[in-house]
Design a protein around this ligand. Structure first.
Ligand SMILES: Nc1ncnc2c1ncn2[C@@H]1O[C@H](COP(=O)(O)OP(=O)(O)OP(=O)(O)O)[C@@H](O)[C@H]1O
Ligand SMILES: Cc1ncc(C[n+]2csc(CCO)c2C)c(N)n1
Length: 257
């Protein structure tokens, strides 16, 4: 079985060239308080998008991260490439501001069955210019607040299992570990951990094996209603995971670095 490696180098101001696969990042800003490291994610991303009301967050909250500078200057510097969604949350002044600045706007209000994050992921997936890239989507503001939205965001991971998508908040990240691969997480312990979790999603796991955790699993069963691995602790720099089902991997993000 092929190995997939993971490293949260998007949290580093200057990521080393040799740590993990070369990835092309696309940033999706959601309608939830922006993580404090959003400017760093922005810098790493080649494509920057707002999911509907996420544009309000960019407009309102990004200037607050640069209190010394003029809000207008920050808004002009952090102009998204695209705003997509059903457009029921973006404010008119925000829409007009970014339209005038040249942002592409895709109104998908006819689709009331998929979330705005889903719509953004579908857009990136089909972009010809990113076709042969090793793409990783960073979804900022995906956790905390409304539980229906959080679950909807997790469901997007499950609807696009072959894509690398990372849900981010100030406090933690979540990603899918597809069972088609075995996984190696290179832990950046100055930036993330030690708290972590492994949770079967969609169906119970009959056999999961890990290394590098305080409470490792060895051909262990996991299911909701039985054992799932929460409040686990990362030990050391590498965690490995192999499972017969897709799992969610979550790890805490440190408060300050
Ligand atoms: N509280 C939240 N927690 C996590 N993710 C959120 C939250 N609020 C919004 N999002 C994410 O941001 C995206 C855009 O949010 P927005 O508020 O524009 O969506 P919406 O479809 O208008 O929501 P609503 O259900 O309120 O109509 C959502 O698709 C979701 O992925
Ligand atoms: C069974 C079912 N439940 C909820 C919705 C509502 N919904 C789900 S995604 C979405 C778009 C949000 O931007 C909306 C309104 C639905 N369509 N079908």
């Amino acid at each position: 079985m092929e190995l997939m490696t993971h490293s949260s180098t998007f949290l580093l101001p200057n990521p080393p060239a040799d740590d993990g696969p070369a990835l092309t990042y696309a940033l999706v800003i959601l309608n939830r308080r922006l993580p404090r490291f959003t400017p760093l994610l922005w810098k790493h991303a080649q494509l920057r998008m707002c999911a509907d009301g996420g544009a309000n967050r960019l407009y309102d909250e990004l200037p607050q991260l640069f209190p010394e500078e003029e809000a207008l200057a920050i808004r002009k510097r952090y102009k998204p490439d695209l705003i997509k969604g059903d457009m029921d949350s973006i404010r008119e002044e925000v829409l007009q501001f970014y339209k005038n600045a040249g942002t592409e706007v895709v109104d998908a209000s006819e689709d009331q069955d998929t979330t705005d994050l889903h719509k953004c992921v579908a857009y990136v997936k089909d972009l010809p210019k990113l076709k042969n890239q090793n793409l990783c989507i960073l979804a900022a503001g995906a956790l905390g607040g409304r539980f229906d939205h959080e679950v909807g965001n997790i469901n997007v991971l499950c609807r696009f299992p072959s894509m690398r998508i990372i849900l981010l908040s100030d406090n933690c990240l979540i990603q899918l570990l597809p069972c088609s691969h075995r996984h190696e997480m290179r832990i950046l312990s100055d930036y993330e951990g030690p708290h972590c979790g492994l949770v079967p999603i969609g169906e119970p796991s009959k056999s999961t094996t890990t290394t590098g955790l305080q409470w490792n699993l060895t051909n262990a069963e996991m299911r909701f209603g039985g054992l799932i691995s929460t409040s686990n602790i990362v030990k050391g720099e590498i965690v490995t995971v192999q499972s017969d089902t897709d799992l969610l991997w979550t790890i805490s993000i440190k408060k300050a670095w």
